[in-house]
Write a protein that binds this ligand. Structure first.
Ligand SMILES: *Cc1c(COP(=O)(O)O)cnc(C)c1O
Length: 419
């Protein structure tokens, strides 16, 4: 069993809570930067390589700016994500717009700021053309259908996924877009989520590279880039080996040399749209134990709830928990760790072996840096927490304040005051 250690100590948290009370999400700048640099190095064999960070995973401007400094762009799927990217200084080809079921106003804004549009459906060609016209560079999202397997293991079920164009539609779309004046084409696909195997990207790359060669032959278009999208995962449980991004980059390179280079397509740029891999391990949700309850089971009540981290309630997802200051104590107690929502699925852990917990202990819930704070909601009138950044020099910066009751009531505007 590999151990999972927090990037903060009990002493650090005791200092931080003097200024910023729990619960909060805290991000590790050093970890984020080092990981982003490893990714870049793993794909340094490809001249045009670029990671477009999936904004939905961690939509915070300070995080986006760190990633921008590391050479990343952004991948957006909504108007507000596009607005945030623009505000953070991303422009033109630094922004991918990989949306689906897209409202007209989102396409309008994406076109205005020159983002690279990734079409999710063949009917979106006419839809986009009517609103803003067709740009010279465009991408289409491919859905091969069926089941997606790596050797004999079924990874996911694209046949059931709402995204993308079928293989015949890809040909039709490329022909039509070429007639409409497109000069540079991209191909995008996202076939499996949170994969913890070094084979995912290389397998996907082979599929997309073959399709790219076929499409070029069928339609005579220039394919400028292939976007492998997201899906590289992280080991949420301590028994799993993390992905090795160097092996993954090398696997994609082999497929590139085997398929694209012989087809005279050695100039194709590789793009990624990773979210989870970029941020998940570099965020913790820090929460304080406020109650203990002994009924049919042993419950630990904390001051965070599913509003701060939805994945356990929504997917039954495992998130590792460290009791700060008790990192080396034996895990000889068993608890359910719960939040305060009036929903019995508001449990961060069920039947979890942990050290003996006392009221006032601080818990670190691991791997919350992506799809953590971002999925938050306001059920039960619960408020969203602050987000903090642990900087490389060890200082702490608040990068989003906690919500207050007036934020919660703000959308009632005049009504609230008339009550
Ligand atoms: C969610 C999403 C991503 C990021 O996925 P991760 O699993 O966080 O890597 C990338 N691209 C698109 C289009 C997405 O919807």
């Amino acid at each position: 069993m590999m151990s999972k250690l927090p990037f903060v100590t009990k002493e650090q948290i005791e200092e931080i809570v003097k200024t910023y009370p729990t619960p909060f999400h805290i991000y590790d700048e050093k970890g984020i930067r080092e990981n982003a640099r490893r990714l870049k190095e793993a794909f340094s064999w490809n001249k045009g390589f670029k990671e477009y960070f999936a904004v939905k995973a961690t939509p915070n401007p300070s995080i986006l700016k760190i990633l921008k400094e590391e050479g990343c762009g952004t991948d957006c799927s909504s108007l507000t994500e596009l607005m945030m990217s623009e505000k953070c200084g991303f422009s033109g080809s630094e922004i991918m717009f990989s949306s689906n079921d897209t409202p007209a106003e989102d396409f309008e804004f994406a076109s205005k700021i020159g983002a690279t549009i990734n079409l999710d459906d063949i009917t979106h060609i006419d839809f986009l053309n009517k609103i803003v016209g067709i740009p010279e560079k465009i991408c289409c999202r491919f859905n091969p259908g069926g089941k997606f397997a790596i050797s004999t293991t079924i990874m996911d079920n694209p046949g059931d996924a709402k995204y993308g164009l079928t293989r015949p539609q890809m040909t039709e779309a490329f022909k039509k877009l070429k007639e409409l004046g497109v000069k540079e084409f991209g191909i995008h696909s996202f076939l499996a989520s949170n994969t913890v195997t070094n084979e995912y990207y290389p397998t996907l790359a082979e599929i997309l590279f073959k399709v790219a060669v076929e499409l070029k032959e069928e339609t005579g278009v220039h394919i400028g880039f292939i976007n492998l999208s997201g899906g590289i995962g992280v080991p949420y449980t301590p028994d799993k080996e993390p992905n090795d991004i160097m092996i993954i980059g090398e696997g994609v390179r082999k497929a590139y040399e085997k398929i694209l280079v012989p087809a005279g397509m050695g100039d194709v740029k590789i793009f990624t749209e990773l979210g989870r891999f970029m941020l998940a391990p570099y965020g913790h949700l820090v929460t304080k134990v406020i109650h203990q309850k002994h009924i049919h089971k042993e419950y630990i009540g904390v001051d965070a709830c599913a509003v701060n981290l939805m994945r356990p309630a929504m997917y039954g997802a495992y998130h590792h928990i460290t009791v700060l200051g008790k990192e080396n104590s034996p895990c000889d107690y068993m608890y359910d760790v719960t939040g305060s929502l009036c929903e019995n699925n508001d449990k961060f852990a069920i039947d979890r072996k942990l050290p003996k917990i006392d009221i006032g202990d601080y818990l670190v819930i691991h791997d919350t840096g992506a799809h953590g704070f971002a999925m938050g909601y306001n059920y039960n009138g619960k408020l969203k927490s602050a987000e903090l950044l642990l900087r490389e020099d060890g200082s702490v910066l608040q990068i989003r304040r906690a919500e207050t009751p007036s934020d919660y009531f703000a959308t009632l505007e005049g009504y609230w005051n008339k009550l």
